[in-house]
Ligand binder design. Structure first.
Ligand SMILES: Nc1ncnc2c1ncn2[C@@H]1O[C@H](COP(=O)(O)OP(=O)(O)O)[C@@H](O)[C@H]1O
Ligand SMILES: [Mg+2]
Length: 297
């Protein structure tokens, strides 16, 4: 079990299932399917807690009923919420459009953040920190932590040196063709010195990790997706679990891809605990966890 800090959003997702593909300028049919807990920080934190880690979420929710309800769900999922700030703004909300193939489009309609970057990050004990936030002002805090702690950060943002980290993760769908063609170049620019791995996820095509000397790939399983929301967040949980368990990057990447694919099979934003436990017990049965190795950069 590791102590992991997750920095990222907690959101109230409203789900709209589309009867037909999205087409700009058209008149479409869909069904509103209610609300559920989501947000990149919450999704990854829940899956890591289900994997047996002590997970502290650093986030913000409003002082409203939605914030209250989301916090209660996080606590029930085993996530430590002591460092989730309550701020006088509406809780983060997203509209999630799920097309008939299960692919999602996210529309952020309210974003709840603390005014100042969370300096408490400097004092919290952790074996690893996962960052899923677009706040650029986190850079000095992450630089301080990355000197002694494993930092895995999602991009964007992509400004130079805005994400000091040993491992960066990006979704291909968020990158320009030029960035996708040279992920390590992008990673070195965004992380500055100290980057070991740049990981790029690519939906049904799986994921790859590149370092100065290696290029690894992990295929995704062929599945009938029902809702791809949170696939990247689940991937991050599998990857971070692998890294804090001292698996080599090839295995951590494969575990991330496995978590990500599983997330596409559930009509939830966060991967359910039962799914996480099943994947990890299958992983152990297949013997892939038996060779712990230091994850040298
Ligand atoms: N359609 C899919 N089929 C199988 N696996 C998928 C699919 N979409 C996502 N995944 C898995 O989830 C991971 C993350 O998904 P991706 O779509 O790249 O991230 P994001 O959710 O950030 O868009 C992928 O690397 C893959 O392992
Ligand atoms: Mg995707």
């Amino acid at each position: 079990m590791a102590g992991i800090i997750v920095i990222g959003s907690v959101a109230r997702d409203e789900i709209l299932r589309m009867a037909e593909p999205l087409r700009t300028g058209s008149h479409l049919n869909g069904t509103l399917c209610g609300y559920r807990l989501g947000g990149g920080g919450a999704n990854t934190a829940i899956a890591l807690a289900a994997a047996g880690h002590r997970v502290t979420l650093v986030a913000a929710v409003g002082q409203d009923a939605a914030g209250e309800a989301l916090l209660a769900e996080l606590v029930a999922a085993g996530v430590e919420t002591e460092h989730v700030a309550r701020v006088p703004r509406p809780t983060t909300r997203s509209l999630i459009l799920v097309d008939p193939t299960g692919e999602r489009t996210v529309v952020n309609v309210a974003r709840c953040e603390e005014e100042e970057p969370p300096r408490r990050l400097l004092d919290l004990p952790a074996d690893a920190i996962y960052v899923r936030s677009r706040r650029r002002e986190l850079a000095p805090l992450l630089a301080a932590r990355a000197a002694t702690t494993l930092v895995v950060a999602h991009v964007p943002p992509v400004e130079p040196r805005c994400r000091p980290a040993q491992v960066l993760v990006a979704s291909r769908s968020d990158l320009t063709p030029a960035q996708a063609a040279d992920p390590l170049g992008l990673g070195n620019e965004v992380a500055g010195q100290g980057l070991c791995w740049m990981v790029v996820t690519d939906g049904a095509a799986g994921a790859r990790a590149v370092s100065a000397t290696q290029s690894l790939t992990a295929a995704a399983q062929l599945v009938q997706t029902v809702d791809t929301t949170g696939a990247g967040d689940a991937f991050a949980a599998g990857l971070v679990h692998g890294l804090v368990s001292h698996l080599p990057m090839s295995d951590a990447l494969a575990l991330g891809a496995r978590f990500g694919t599983e997330a596409t099979l559930w009509r939830t934003s966060a991967l359910p605990a039962e799914a996480v436990r099943r994947i990890l017990s299958q992983w152990e049965e297949s013997g892939r966890s038996c060779a712990p190795r230091r994850n040298g950069c």
